[in-house]
Design a protein around this ligand. Structure first.
Ligand code: TRP
Length: 446
């Protein structure tokens, strides 16, 4: 009875999973936290943490998905019937819903900036002012949020092979070409080496406990872990693929892309004399100003925002797919109906985050505006909790050796070894409990 769609090639699966992983987390957040957290030292710590925490959990998710051939809720129901473990899947489906509703709003800002880079921005634009005026308007941000959701819906409704796989096989190589193009421009500007120095200069004095928790949170978010995205994508994986190899490729591409993003950004920021430490404003305030100063900057600016839009799109389809897969598997909805109805509701759920910059700007939850509140619940709370239960489930209930067997079902370049049990039973859960505790402590006591 298994007529579930399968990725038709390993390349298709790796591009889809890398597409989910590579997103705003790589282009905006990684370069920024690396630059301010000790450069090359942070990079080494980050690589170790990706291996110790990201890697065991991505394998846990992919093996659960392929073994059960189901969405996150169905997967836990199949493995652990008559028990409350399906709630972990339910938390994941809900997280996908929440994350997409604000991710699409931010992606919409980037889409608007493609056109503004071409036709509106000049060296005299006050970029900080421009950005705050833009996000506190209503019509344009809602329009671009709608366009972005519609693109996401169209791809997901076309199916796993005919929609998602087809589009990522085109968009991921394109993404790579665009970033290489931007790096060449950035590095060839006079004075660019100061940016490279800032980015990678090892600085041990910047290493604190915060460095480690930043690295853990980043590895989680950037690999799309903790909500069953990789369970869902893994559920379309055939038994002919070795999961250890596939996971290694996804981690490699995600990390490579994050590092490359810093080489596209910092050399240009320094060459044109801007401050690299703008934090959240780097993408929408500093960089447009940098491009405005550059010869032919409108082309480079537009390319940069196209880069962000594409990276966000290949992530947003994975977020919608989690919810759609649940309704298709468990509630027998057609894929089309699920994509349009859920995509439509997510569009509506995103609108309050836009209103939070204007008519609802008085809203505060623990000091945060609406968008930050959505983000906090999803990223600081639900994803770590989801990841914790996934690692406990695989480590202690399903048992690590079953995951290892599933991963190695097909022969691969490197097989998953028994040491996997140590990572998934002890190291990953301990690290997640640590960041959960620190996140909560910082929110409520800090
Ligand atoms: N990984 C994406 C990024 O770096 C974001 C993302 C997509 C995500 N799907 C996810 C994060 C699922 C957590 C869970 O921007």
């Amino acid at each position: 009875m298994n007529n579930r769609e399968n990725w038709t090639s390993r390349f298709g699966f790796i591009m889809a999973a890398s597409g989910s992983a590579i997103g705003l987390g790589n282009i905006w957040r990684f370069p920024y936290i690396t630059g301010t957290n000790g450069g090359a030292v942070f990079l080494l710590i980050y690589l170790a943490i990706v291996f110790l925490i990201g890697y065991p959990i991505i394998i846990a998710e992919m093996t659960i998905g392929r073994r059960t051939q189901k969405n996150p809720i169905g997967a836990f129901r199949a493995l652990a019937p008559e028990s409350p473990w399906w709630l972990v899947g339910a938390l994941g489906v809900m997280s996908g819903f929440i994350i997409l509703s604000f991710y699409s709003v931010v992606a919409g800002w980037a889409m608007a900036y493609i056109f503004k880079s071409i036709s509106t921005f000049t060296v005299n634009t006050g970029f900080a002012e421009f950005f705050s005026t833009y996000i506190s308007s209503l019509g344009e941000p809602i329009f671009w949020h709608a366009v972005f959701m519609l693109m996401t819906i169209l791809i997901v409704s076309a199916g796993v092979v005919e929609g998602i796989q087809k589009i990522v096989k085109i968009l991921m190589p394109l993404l790579f070409l665009i970033i290489v193009f931007l790096i060449i421009r950035s590095i060839s500007l006079p004075g660019s080496m100061d940016g490279v120095n800032f980015y990678l200069k090892p600085d041990f004095s910047k290493i604190t406990l915060q460095t480690f928790t930043d690295a853990i949170s980043q590895s989680f978010f950037t690999l799309s872990l903790g909500m069953g995205t990789m369970i869902t994508y893994g559920s379309y994986l055939s038994n002919k693929e070795n999961i250890n190899d596939s996971a290694a490729y996804v981690i490699f591409f995600d990390t490579l892309f994050a590092i490359l993003a810093g080489f596209a950004i910092f050399p240009a920021v320094f060459a044109l004399g801007f401050s690299p430490e703008a934090g959240p404003g780097l993408t929408f305030i500093t960089l447009p100003a940098v491009f405005a100063e550059m010869p032919m900057g409108s082309i480079f600016g537009a390319s940069f925002f196209i880069l962000i839009t594409i990276a966000a799109l290949t992530s947003s389809i994975s977020l919608l797919e989690v919810v759609v897969a649940y309704l298709v598997d468990e509630k027998s909805w057609t894929r089309k109906k699920a994509s349009y109805i859920i995509g439509g509701i997510i569009f509506l759920t995103g609108i309050p985050t836009i209103l939070g910059y204007s008519i609802w700007s008085d809203f505060r939850f623990l000091g945060m505006d609406i968008l930050d509140t959505y983000d906090w619940f999803a990223n600081s709370l639900f994803l770590p909790i989801g990841g914790l239960f996934i690692s406990i489930y695989v480590g202690y209930i399903w048992k690590a050796n079953n995951a290892i067997k599933e991963a190695n079902k097909a022969d691969g370049l490197i097989l998953l070894g028994n040491w996997y049990a140590i990572l998934i039973k002890y190291i990953a859960p301990a690290a997640i409990i640590l960041i959960l505790a620190i996140n909560l402590w910082q929110t409520f006591a800090g």
